[in-house]
Structures are given as structure tokens and as C-alpha cells.
Design a binder for this molecule. Structure first.
Ligand SMILES: Cc1cc2nc3c(=O)[nH]c(=O)nc-3n(C[C@H](O)[C@H](O)[C@H](O)COP(=O)(O)OP(=O)(O)OC[C@H]3O[C@@H](n4cnc5c(N)ncnc54)[C@H](O)[C@@H]3O)c2cc1C
Length: 475
């Protein structure tokens, strides 16, 4: 028997919008939100569907993981960002199917029609065929991931404070970060600083020399997308501040509390990075984090199945110069979900916030021009540069060849992020939190929440995770 088909048709809030073209946008991240902002107040009916009710500023997730800021400081409710525009409807739901013939998306078990469809559902984390590593080494892609990393590290420090066994104490004070891109460098730099300041001020039994943070990457330098001089500056800063940087090193296996390493093929013939380092070593660490791989959202594969369009190796949809797919000019794909190769050198645009925002603005303009029968000048990506913050008051930045490190880089990084964050309230809160941290070196967001033994059912008293009394389960 054919499944029952529910069709959701919502009345537009204003009668004059009933006949207006209906644009359905899936994903309120950098690309989708910018597109909706540009369509707000225009003569189109817009429905924004997202599985979360907020826009997340991913570049600052590492600050949530390291207790510098709290979750609400980097997230903005979509209803407040665009839902108040009279022509924009925000709906909470996860789109899990597409019917291109009928021009419908499927979410919350219902079909919903569109005239134009924009897919901007972003990307997730790849474990290169080892999904079983995910619970042992959480990624850093959504708010809950950052909170989980923070919870694991703080729980480990709490247990270390009560542990007399020196070997276990060192294990609890050890962190491995896999992936030497911007997110991995930022996380490693921030976690070493968090441990150091927490131990100096807040924990009486712990010693700084027992802390260990190891950053592992398979390639020969950190920040491989940046100029080699900036990679060298970043690695130098991390090492000087106590992070062990293991390059040319692959993760062979992850087991509870253990990361097994082996030399990468890139390392063949290359000298080890640090004297005395065994590339086949086993690292023991209570906190393991994964920032190494990216894969496009599942909607890319689904769209390919439904339309026959092509995807690249990372599951990104190969798009036309106007971000449509072959045979479906009414469907556009933006941000991390698309592979846009129509550049001067044919190289795809990077999966970063800057291109995503510019794509959103351009496609909004193109949709309006298209509906009005006007042409749009071709999309041109304006490369504003790349940057990564490696420690307190230290960042590396590359602005079209102008390379900055240290405080100058950090000031630029801070200004750029404050300008980029889409919510004014968060902009003010973040600035005040950063200034407070610079002045006092205190982190305000070091709460341990989300413990499995502290849930709705727990009324009074402490429920221990294990009858042994161990707060942190080594596995
Ligand atoms: C830790 C980290 C640090 C980063 N740092 C930087 C940086 O410093 N600079 C930089 O330029 N870039 C950075 N990036 C990359 C940047 O955040 C992404 O390139 C950017 O978010 C892509 O924007 P997007 O709109 O394509 O997707 P996203 O911003 O990821 O938004 C996708 C949205 O789609 C929603 N969604 C997904 N699937 C569905 C579905 N099936 N149904 C409904 N909704 C769905 C999600 O909830 C989300 O809101 C970083 C990324 C990470 C993870």
C-alpha cells in the first residue's frame, strides 16, 4: 500500500504574498541566512527550514569548547534574525527527501511545495571510514560537540584533582587533537591555555608539568591552506606554548583513552619533526578531539540520486555558474554543500564562511533579477583572506599577500569576526567577554553540564556514573 501523503500548505501571513513566488531555503547557516536577509521585504514568499532553530557561528566553536564563551554567545535564533520579516516564514524540521518532479521537499513527514529551492545545508565531519571513532574522539561541528569536548576535559581535570595515582593523573591531564587545520590549531592552542590557567588558579592538586596537549596531522605542516611562513609561525607558537605538534603522522586507530599513530606516506624520507619522537607511538589521553575531515551534508547525495547531478569526492554538488544543477534551473545549491569550480584557475571555492555568505547574497540578487526578467552580472568571489587564532592575543592572517602574525594578526582576526557575526547582541557580548578574559585571564563559561548522571530524573544528591566512584570513564 502506498504511504499516506501529507501535504503541508501554510497560508502566507499577508494576502498580497499569496501569488508571490515561493522560495524554500533549506539551512539557515552562513549562506542560507544571508540569502534570507537579502530576500526579506522583497516581493517573494520565503520559507526557511532548518533542523535547528538558530544560526551557529562555527568559527568560534573552539571558544565554547575551551570555556571562553558560552553557547548562546555564538548562536542566534533564526526567528529573531529573519523570521520577523513579513515575507519570511521560519520552520523547524529536518529535510530528508526531495521530489524534484512535483517540486516538493519532505520534512517532519510532510510534503511542502516550492517554486524555487535553495539547498544550503552545509557539511559534517568525516572519519575516513572509521565512524566507530566518533564517540571516542568527538568532532567540533555543532554546539553540542563543543560542549561535549569542554565537559570531557573539565570532568577529567576534576577527577585528576582527586587522584593520587600519578600515572592516571597524567592521563587525565592529557589531550590529543587530530587535525592541524584552523579548527585543530585553534582548539589545541585554546585548550593548553585553559588547562594552564585552570591549574594555576583553580586546582590545588594539579601540576602544570603534568599537562600534555598533542596536535596530530598527516601532512607536513599545520594550516596547509595558508602560506608556509604562517604555518611555521603558528607551529612555532604552539610548540613554544607547550603543544606537541606531530606532523607527517597518521592516526591508525582510536581506542578508549588511546590514539595509535603511524608515519604517513608523506613522511617517507622526511626527518621526524622533533627529536626523540616515535611516529608509531601510542598516545594515552583522557580527552581526544577530531577536527580532521569534512563531508558534505547528506542532502548532496540525495539531490544527486533524485536529479542525476554530479558530486565531488567529498559529496559536494557540482554546480553551474549560477549555482543551479543541470536540468533544474529552479534548484540552487550553496555554501559548503556546493563545489563551485567556475573560478579563474578552475580550483573550487574553499568551504569557508566568506564564500558561503557571498554566494547567499549573489543568489538572492539573481533570484530577484530572474523573477523581474533582468540579467545578473556573473558571480565573482571576493577573497578577503584567511586567518586563524592560535593563542591569547596571537593569530596568523593572510590578507591577499599581506601576512600578519601575533598581536596585529589577533586584532585583525577580532575585528573581522566581530564584523562577521550576524547578531549585534552577540557582537557586544563577545567583545566584553574577550576584554574580560584579557584583563583577568578568567574564563566565565567553565560549567560542567550535560552529564549523563545529572538529568531530569535526578532530584537531590550526586549520582555517580560508576559504582567505583570514577567520575571520568576511561572505557
Ligand atoms: C570548527 C569550525 C571552525 C571554522 N572556522 C572558520 C573560520 O575561521 N573562517 C571561515 O571562513 N570558515 C570557518 N569554518 C567553516 C564555515 O563555518 C563553513 O564554511 C560555513 O559554516 C558554511 O556555511 P553553510 O551556510 O554552507 O553551512 P552551515 O553554516 O553549516 O549551515 C548549514 C545549516 O543547515 C542546517 N541543516 C543541515 N542539514 C539540514 C537538513 N537536512 N534539513 C534542515 N536543515 C539542515 C544546519 O542545521 C545548519 O544550520 C569553520 C567551520 C568549523 C566547523
Amino acid at each position: 500500500m502506498a504511504p499516506e501523503r501529507f501535504f503541508l500548505e501554510l497560508e502566507p501571513p499577508a494576502p498580497d504574498l499569496a501569488a508571490a513566488p515561493h522560495v524554500v531555503v533549506v539551512g539557515g547557516g552562513f549562506a542560507g541566512l544571508r540569502l534570507c536577509q537579502a530576500l526579506a521585504g522583497q516581493r517573494v514568499r520565503v520559507t526557511l527550514i532548518d533542523k535547528r532553530n538558530f544560526n551557529l557561528f562555527q568559527p568560534l566553536l573552539y571558544q565554547v569548547a575551551s570555556g571562553l564563551v558560552s553557547a548562546a554567545d555564538v548562536a542566534s535564533p533564526l526567528r529573531q534574525m529573519v523570521g520577523q520579516a513579513r515575507n519570511v516564514q521560519v520552520l523547524l524540521g529536518e529535510v530528508n527527501d526531495l521530489d524534484l518532479e512535483r517540486r516538493e521537499v519532505v520534512f517532519n513527514g510532510q510534503h511542502y511545495g516550492y517554486d524555487r529551492l535553495v539547498l544550503a545545508s552545509g557539511s559534517g565531519t568525516a572519519y575516513f571510514g572509521h565512524e566507530e571513532w566518533r564517540p571516542l574522539a568527538p568532532p567540533m561541528k555543532i554546539l553540542e560537540h563543543a560542549q561535549e569536548i569542554r565537559r570531557r576535559l573539565l570532568m577529567a581535570l576534576e577527577e585528576a584533582e582527586q587522584t593520587t595515582d600519578l600515572v592516571r593523573r597524567r592521563f587525565l591531564q592529557s589531550v590529543v587533537v587530530v587535525g592541524g587545520g584552523p579548527a585543530g590549531c585553534e582548539l589545541a592552542g585554546s585548550l593548553v591555555e585553559l588547562m594552564r590557567s585552570a591549574i594555576q588558579r583553580d586546582f590545588k592538586q594539579l601540576k602544570e608539568q603534568d599537562c600534555r596537549v598533542v596536535l596530530v596531522d598527516a601532512v607536513e605542516r599545520v594550516l596547509p591552506a595558508m602560506h608556509p611562513s604562517l604555518s611555521a609561525a603558528a607551529a612555532g607558537y604552539l610548540r613554544a606554548n607547550g603543544v606537541e605538534v606531530r606532523l607527517n603522522t597518521l592516526v591508525e586507530a582510536i581506542e578508549p583513552g588511546t590514539v595509535r599513530l603511524k608515519p604517513s606516506t608523506a613522511a617517507a624520507g622526511a626527518a621526524p619533526q622533533e627529536e626523540g619522537v616515535d611516529p608509531a607511538e601510542q598516545l594515552r589521553a583522557a580527552t581526544i578531539c577530531w577536527t580532521a575531515g569534512v563531508r558534505a551534508s547528506r542532502l548532496g547525495k540525495l539531490l544527486a540520486e533524485r536529479s542525476g547531478c554530479a558530486t565531488d569526492r567529498g559529496g559536494r554538488v557540482l554546480v553551474e555558474p549560477d549555482f543551479s544543477i543541470p536540468g533544474h534551473p529552479e534548484v540552487r545549491v550553496l555554501g559548503d554543500l556546493c563545489c563551485y569550480r567556475h573560478t579563474a584557475d578552475g580550483a573550487p571555492l574553499p568551504g569557508m564562511a566568506g564564500p558561503a555568505v557571498q554566494m547567499g547574497a549573489w543568489v538572492a540578487r539573481d533570484l530577484l533579477n530572474d523573477l523581474a526578467g533582468r540579467p545578473t552580472a556573473p558571480f565573482r568571489w571576493n577573497d578577503l583572506g584567511t586567518m586563524a587564532v592560535i593563542g591569547p592575543l596571537y593569530a596568523v592572517a593572510d590578507l591577499r599577500g599581506l601576512r600578519l602574525t601575533g598581536l596585529a594578526g589577533w586584532l585583525l582576526w577580532g575585528l573581522a569576526h566581530l564584523a562577521f557575526i550576524p547578531d549585534t547582541e552577540n557582537r557586544i557580548t563577545l567583545l566584553s567577554r574577550w576584554l574580560w578574559q584579557i584583563a583577568t585571564r578568567q574564563r566565565r563559561a567553565l560549567l560542567i553540564t550535560g552529564r549523563p548522571d545529572q538529568h531530569l530524573g535526578v532530584d537531590v544528591g550526586l549520582e555517580r556514573a560508576r559504582s567505583s566512584g570514577t567520575l571520568y570513564a576511561e572505557g
